[in-house]
Design a protein around this ligand. Structure first.
Ligand code: TZD
Length: 523
């Protein structure tokens, strides 16, 4: 009779979950034994880096990804990275080893006490099978939950279950298929199309979900069809629209009053594939300008139910975009991409805009950027010219430690497109161990570290909050070339803009790190 381990491996193989991102403890070894030949285990040296890599890999492949963590200590280390994966809606299947069944209650070493409670505030589903015979079904549920809700799931399995021999019923799970189809009714589509057609000055607010769902080009088609002013929803973790497009009006500011001001004059605001809204700095005001109607279209039930204002249609955005393109009469649009402004220049070091202009001028048009530099967003959108789907990834919950690992995960999941990580010297420390994984697996990725010696975003927040003199915002003396060398990654300190451009024009066959001294700026 087959063991729980063999059935689990077979199920994972059939569902294509054959790449495992992990960091093992003794509890996990019985699951990892006898892995089939076509499985690939990617080792990360800290569970935060493991989940960050898996998040990047899942976002760029669009498929569920298996993560294997050590019990409570390992799962606890992963919580920060997990917050990002929840808000990027990455279908991660987190598995963790539990002590043997007889040792859990006595809390023997490595017992994961109340295992499903630790991650429950974040994941969409958490479980621990009631017996070894339920392991294959529980694993299938964890995979289907993550895939259908696009939200991480968590499964804890006592390690003596894996060797248990199971009866014929356990194998039936392997044949299961679970599919989704959330299309709105014809009446709902007609009603929405009529509202858009009747609007005098409609505006679009597009969310990262559209890029994650492969709708980048259809979003551009819809904006051009409607001739509508188009914003990207605040705090974007993906870019759903070309940022130099003539209809692009910018990334909405993450404050209540500023968003209301930006949308003034639009009688209909259509929010597609985004929460309403991911505010950040608290700037109170009216949620919407007078006379503006907001309609949100999302397949994220929670995003629809928790919004503070407007209407929501819970549906897959794809059929809604197609219906609007088919049913709403075309309007005139604007042509010609907008030119980039001259980059600002630094005095004592490079301005971030000079770094970003160098990236724009030297990197291929299909480059994927993984960005975690929290005070340079305005500079970034002023200088970059991103026109392809899947070009931009940012920590979706603002949890630092995403950038370096996710750049590795994106590069492993999408070897056909170049990948550049643009990481602040503060952020880099939270996921720094991913450098070892990049070196160990020879992952072709460029890390650009912006070394400004401060937590720049916190200084800006200090001014905003009237607390400018707080401690803990200076980080002088970091040398990422020495750190990178210690992890096996080739590294260079860039001395000036010409040196940076020369370096960027070379193509690495493995990981490399460029340390660039920059002047602090504001978001
Ligand atoms: C895990 C974690 N810890 C702390 C923070 C707080 N934090 C911190 C510490 C920031 C400073 C990042 O500094 P940086 O050098 O990476 O980038 P800038 O200098 O451009 O801000 S921004 C921010 O929200 C966080 N977001 N996530």
């Amino acid at each position: 009779m087959p063991t729980a381990r063999r059935l689990a491996h077979e199920f994972l193989h059939r569902r294509g979950l054959t790449t495992i991102f992990g960091n093992p403890g003794s509890n996990e070894l019985p699951f990892l034994a006898e892995l089939p030949e076509d499985f690939r285990y990617v080792l990360g040296l800290h569970e935060g880096a493991v989940v960050g890599m898996a998040d990047g890999y899942a976002q760029v492949t669009g498929r569920p990804v298996l993560v294997n963590l050590h019990a409570a200590a390992g799962s606890g280390n992963a919580m920060g990275a997990l917050t990002n994966a929840v808000y990027s809606r990455s279908p991660l299947v987190l598995t963790a080893g539990q002590q043997v069944r007889a040792a859990i209650g006595m809390e023997a070493m490595l017992a994961n006490v109340d295992a499903t409670q630790l991650t429950r505030p974040l994941v969409g589903w958490a479980g621990e099978p009631s017996c070894a015979a339920d392991v294959p079904r529980s694993l299938a549920q964890a995979v289907f939950e993550a895939e259908l809700h696009r939200r991480p799931s968590y499964l804890s399995v006592p390690y003596d279950d894996w060797a248990a021999e199971l009866g014929p019923n356990a194998a039936v799970t392997l044949d299961r298929e679970v599919r989704r189809g959330l299309s709105p009714s014809a009446a709902q589509l007609d009603d929405l199309a009529a509202s858009v057609a009747a609007a005098k000055n409609p505006a679009l607010v597009l969310g990262g979900d559209l890029d994650a769902l492969g709708l980048f080009d259809r979003a551009v088609a819809l904006a051009e069809h409607l001739g509508a002013a188009t914003w990207v929803a605040p705090s974007p973790h993906r870019l759903p629209f070309p940022n130099r497009h003539p209809l692009f009006r910018g990334v909405l500011p993450a404050g209540i009053a500023p968003i209301s001001a930006a949308l003034t004059g639009h009688d209909l605001v259509l929010v597609l594939g985004a929460p309403v809204f991911r505010y950040h700095q608290h700037v109170p005001g009216a949620y919407l300008p007078d006379g503006t109607r907001l309609v949100q279209v999302t397949d994220d039930f929670g995003a629809a139910t928790r919004a503070p204002m407007g209407e929501a249609l819970v549906a897959d955005p794809a059929p809604v975009l197609e219906a609007l393109l088919a049913k709403v009469p075309a309007r005139t649009s604007e042509d010609g991409y907008v030119a980039n402004p001259e980059p600002r220049t630094g005095e004592t070091a490079l301005h971030p805009e000079q770094v970003f202009a160098a990236l724009r001028d030297t990197q291929a048009g299909d480059t994927r950027y993984v960005v975690e530099s929290t005070s340079t967003n305005a500079a970034w959108w002023r200088q970059l010219d991103l026109r392809r789907e899947g070009s931009y990834f940012f920590p979706a919950a603002g949890g630092l430690g995403f950038g370096l690992p996710a750049a590795v995960g994106v590069a492993m999941g999408s070897p056909e497109r170049p990948v550049v990580g643009v990481i602040g010297d503060g952020s880099a420390n939270y996921g720094i161990t991913a450098l070892w994984t990049a070196a160990h697996y020879r992952v072709p990725v460029t890390f650009v570290i912006l070394r400004n010696g401060v937590y720049g975003a916190l200084r800006w927040f200090g001014e905003l909050l009237g607390t400018p003199d707080v401690p803990g915002t200076e980080i002088p003396g970091l040398d990422f070339t020495a750190i990178a060398a210690g992890y096996g990654v080739e590294a260079t300190t860039v001395t000036d803009e010409d040196h940076l451009r020369t370096q960027l024009k070379t193509t690495p066959d493995g990981p490399r790190l460029l340390q660039v001294d920059t002047e602090p700026t504001t978001p």
